[in-house]
Design a protein around this ligand. Structure first.
Ligand SMILES: [Zn+2]
Ligand SMILES: [Zn+2]
Length: 239
């Protein structure tokens, strides 16, 4: 069984918000970036992975804006060396594809390997592995720790993307009767929080109407960021 992250999950549930997994993933991402910049960057097995996987646009930018330009430049250099033959042959294939019939389709197919370069990310992979452990821990605590269901019921559920992942893991790992009991708690949380956001977002819109002088409440002021988080995942605004 993978390592459970009980104290981190409890800490995330102690913080108010729309989705504890967004908070946990944000923290996991920061920890991965920091450890990558400070020590892991030179580990040979890490280099093999970064050569193969590279970084997504978000993590490329965060690494560039962080410390350790020398370490990053070495990693990017070996990644580029790794990719050069593949990129070169793909570009040659694009030229060949332009010479026959159905040019549009054949050029798009020939260029497709280039669009896949950003589909994998070493740091996203680490965060995803952490996230799986957080989800496992949440479901474990809900099933085994009598103190956790009241904490779960007092939360706002999850953002929609994380809800879908937790739903999938719960449906696969729980017995049918336990899964139905989990759903009976999770679905009302999701509905109530979405309905609450609809009202809070209406108040947020009114705060931004011309002529309004009210500062509104903290709940109203944070409604737009929390609604965007609920629908698409990730943290928005000050935290
Ligand atoms: Zn989330
Ligand atoms: Zn990434």
């Amino acid at each position: 069984m993978p390592k459970l992250e009980i104290s981190k999950v409890h800490d995330a549930y102690a913080r108010p918000g729309e989705c504890p997994l967004c908070v946990l993933e944000e923290d996991a991402g920061k920890t991965c970036l920091k450890s990558f910049q400070h020590s892991r960057v030179m580990e040979p097995n890490v280099r093999v992975q970064t050569n193969r996987q590279g970084f997504c646009p978000t993590h490329s930018r965060q690494l560039y804006e962080g410390e350790g330009k020398l370490g990053l430049s070495l990693v990017v250099h070996t990644r580029l060396q790794h990719l050069l033959p593949e990129i070169g042959s793909t570009l040659d294939a694009v030229v060949r594809a332009s010479e026959g019939r159905n040019v549009k389709d054949r050029v798009a197919a020939a260029a497709a390997p280039l669009s896949g370069l950003h589909d994998s990310c070493f740091i996203c992979g680490l965060v995803r592995a952490d996230s799986e452990r957080y989800i496992l821990t949440i479901l474990y605590l809900w099933s085994k720790d009598p103190g956790f269901p009241p904490v779960f019921r007092a939360s706002k559920g999850f953002c929609i993307p994380h809800f879908l992942t937790v739903l999938d893991r719960a449906s696969k790992s729980m017995r049918a009767d336990r899964f139905r009991r989990w759903l009976a708690e999770a679905i009302p949380l999701m509905k109530e929080s979405l309905e609450g956001l609809e009202k809070e977002l209406r108040a947020f819109s009114q705060l931004h109407q011309a002529g309004n002088v009210s500062l509104g409440t903290e709940v109203e002021r944070s409604a737009l960021g929390r609604t965007l988080q609920k629908l698409s995942g990730g943290l928005f605004g000050a935290r």
